[in-house]
Design a protein around this ligand. Structure first.
Ligand SMILES: Nc1ncnc2c1ncn2[C@@H]1O[C@H](COP(=O)(O)OP(=O)(O)OP(=O)(O)O)[C@@H](O)[C@H]1O
Ligand SMILES: [Mg+2]
Length: 289
């Protein structure tokens, strides 16, 4: 279980690759972000920072980390508590945010949280953007699990990430949302050097992922990978167990390992749990290619 990560206010500099996961609500963003975090952390070769940028706060549970303090809590404390505000004046913002990083198994975690009561998320998103910019430099990989839809692309929370994965389930609605996010990204000057791709999640045998891939190609959107419908994910989620505890041989873990091997330098992705192949994935791929 997670604990505050002492001393993580000033970790040594890393390569700072930022990856963000966006897509329609319920398409599998958190599952993908959590599984990528777990795989990269398991290699022991990369310093990994996971960021839950979704105010609904789902990533910590998938990662098996208990949330202690969030960026939102920090902001509320500074607004509500004059003493905390006075003390904060003497400290750099990165120290303040660094103190709320939590440690998981082989990774650190930062949680945005939600503002108290109704209101605008601008200030939280600003703080989050600052935190992403500042801390990603200290890690080899930063993975950001975003809110559903294009809002955080609009608000430049994921501005300048190296890799943007747009997740869709095998529905036309999922693909349409993916298309609308892709439209926003394409028009954003700050995303010009971002590699953007579609990840098709929850594919079952017989799904017409070829038609989806063709639609993506018409939009000029690369298909980065396919993840099968995985009973283990459903079972683990239904039981409230962290997805990071799923067997490495689970079809989704295997498929996501394959996607990471394709996208990232070999040195980051060499680990015992990344070498397996999955029958369903092979069948899905060969049927559609
Ligand atoms: N490959 C998969 N196989 C089976 N179930 C899956 C798979 N991917 C995701 N799910 C299920 O779909 C649901 C939504 O997944 P997840 O929470 O990861 O989506 P999300 O995009 O993060 O949702 P939200 O927009 O609410 O944050 C969960 O119940 C999860 O168990
Ligand atoms: Mg989610």
């Amino acid at each position: 279980m997670g604990e505050l990560a002492p001393g993580r206010t000033d970790p040594p500099p890393g390569n700072g690759l930022k990856m963000a996961v966006v897509g329609k609500g319920g398409s599998g963003k958190t599952m993908l972000a959590a599984t990528m975090t777990r795989i990269l952390a398991s290699t022991g070769k990369a310093r990994v920072l996971a960021i839950d940028a979704d105010s609904a706060v789902g990533l910590p549970y998938a990662l098996g980390v208990e949330v202690q303090r969030t960026v939102s809590d920090l902001r509320n404390e500074l607004i509500d508590d004059p003493r905390a505000r006075r003390e904060a004046q003497d400290r750099h913002a990165s120290c303040l945010i660094g103190a709320i990083l939590q440690r998981g198994r082989g990774f650190d975690l930062l949680v945005m949280g939600r503002p108290e009561g109704p209101g605008c998320y601008c200030a939280i998103n600003d703080l989050l953007r600052y935190a992403i910019d500042t801390f990603s430099r200290s890690y080899d990989v930063t993975l950001i699990d975003c809110e559903a839809g294009p809002e955080q692309v609009n608000r430049r929370v994921v501005s300048g990430v190296g890799l943007l994965m747009i997740v869709t389930d095998p529905s036309m609605r999922g693909l349409r949302v993916a298309g609308s996010i892709w439209d926003v990204v394409r028009r954003d000057e700050h995303m010009k050097s971002t590699r953007v791709g579609l990840v098709m999640n929850r594919l079952r045998l017989g799904d017409n992922d070829r038609a989806m891939a063709e639609s993506a190609a018409r939009m000029g959107l690369e298909v980065m990978g396919r993840v099968p419908e995985d009973e283990d994910v459903a079972r683990w989620d239904a039981a409230g167990r962290p997805l990071v505890d799923m067997p490495a041989s689970s079809p989704s873990v295997d498929a996501i390992g394959g996607i990471l091997r394709m996208l990232l330098p070999g040195s980051m992705t060499q680990a015992p749990e990344m070498g397996r192949s999955c029958g369903l994935r092979r069948r899905v791929n060969t049927e559609t290619e």
